[in-house]
Write a protein that binds this ligand. Structure first.
Ligand code: DGY
Length: 314
């Protein structure tokens, strides 16, 4: 009998075809995330679960699946939606999708850095609203990147890929991370010093108990008034209410967010602010990368079902 697999969102057809060849597939085809009740009932008796970062896979889901479940394969590099300890306790392998999205996320981070420091969101809104009154020498001035300092918080694969592109924009790189990395020209320093000296602070740390609200009011007050904050990591790393306050009061110059504390809800205090760029969690959203992520998640699931080690266990 083919193993049963629940996939919680539509995946590219080439990836689905791989699953259909060797599994009995239960596919949630809704455009929105699978409702919790549906997840709990459909996972029962499955051998594998391929899920997305929008699905909370906790002890209740694992218990609903029962002892047949062998693998939870997340289609994301971040896996704060999965209770990994609960998986381990039940002998379930949890996997993620590192590497394949590194370049897309690093490119995207630079897109945000350029967009917020050059006020592209504001500019676009003015043009669309028919409010642009013509070219002006001092109109909507932004900040030049050349000669400025980029502070990277969390120097994993994506942080390093962002750092590697910094010389193209003439920025020097400093970073805070648990351990120094071998990246010529990048200076390792404590977070407080990074915040106090950087012109752009970009977050690339995982979401853990330690990093929840790492950027709170105190951290924002340490930043230069002329500095920008970029978050492509996870929403809860930043205290959104404190950020809205800092942006409103001019305690920092601007921010660009791809992720939010309660996606898809955005803190209402952020919405009216001109100096924040708000993007709907798109860092890895290229056709190539999303296909590669789905493919890797499915390879992980199939490997475990075949009794082999997962390619990228967490
Ligand atoms: C991830 O994979 O964790 C990203 O947030 C997806 O865009």
């Amino acid at each position: 009998m083919k193993p049963g697999i629940l996939v919680t969102r539509r995946l590219p057809s080439s990836v689905i075809a791989r699953l259909e060849a060797s599994c009995s597939l239960d596919l949630w085809t809704g455009r929105e995330a699978i409702p919790r009740e549906e997840l709990l009932s459909r996972v029962a008796g499955k051998d594998a679960l391929v899920c997305l970062l929008t699905d909370t896979v906790d002890a209740a889901v694992l218990d609903a699946a029962g002892p047949s479940l062998k693998v939870v394969a997340n289609v994301a590099v971040g896996y704060n939606n999965i209770d990994v300890a609960a998986c381990r306790a039940r002998g379930v392998v949890a996997t993620n999708t590192p590497d394949v999205l590194t370049n897309a996320c690093a490119d995207f981070t630079w897109g945000l850095i350029l967009a917020v420091t050059r006020r592209l969101g504001e500019g676009e809104r003015v043009v669309r609203a028919g409010k642009w009154q013509g070219w002006g020498l001092d109109y909507m001035l932004g900040m030049e990147l050349r000669g400025k300092q980029l502070g990277i918080v969390g120097m994993g694969r994506i942080g390093q890929a962002v750092a590697e592109k910094a010389p193209a924009f003439g920025m020097r790189v400093v970073y805070s991370a648990r351990r120094p990395v071998d990246l010529p020209g990048a200076e390792h320093m404590p977070l407080d010093r990074l915040l106090a000296t950087s012109d752009v602070v970009s977050l690339h740390c995982p979401m853990t108990d330690e990093t929840r609200h790492l950027i709170d009011q105190k951290a924002l007050l340490r930043m230069k008034r002329t500095a920008y904050l970029i978050n492509t990591a996870r929403g809860p790393v930043v205290d959104e209410a404190a950020l809205a306050w800092a942006l409103r009061e001019g305690r920092i110059a601007g921010a660009a967010l791809d992720v939010y504390e309660r996606e898809p809800i955005v803190h209402p205090d952020l919405l009216p602010l001109e100096n924040v760029l708000l993007i709907p969690h798109l860092a890895s959203a290229t056709t190539e990368t999303r296909t590669a992520m789905a493919d890797l998640a499915v390879s992980n699931a199939l490997a475990v079902l075949e009794g082999k080690p997962a390619l990228t266990p967490v």
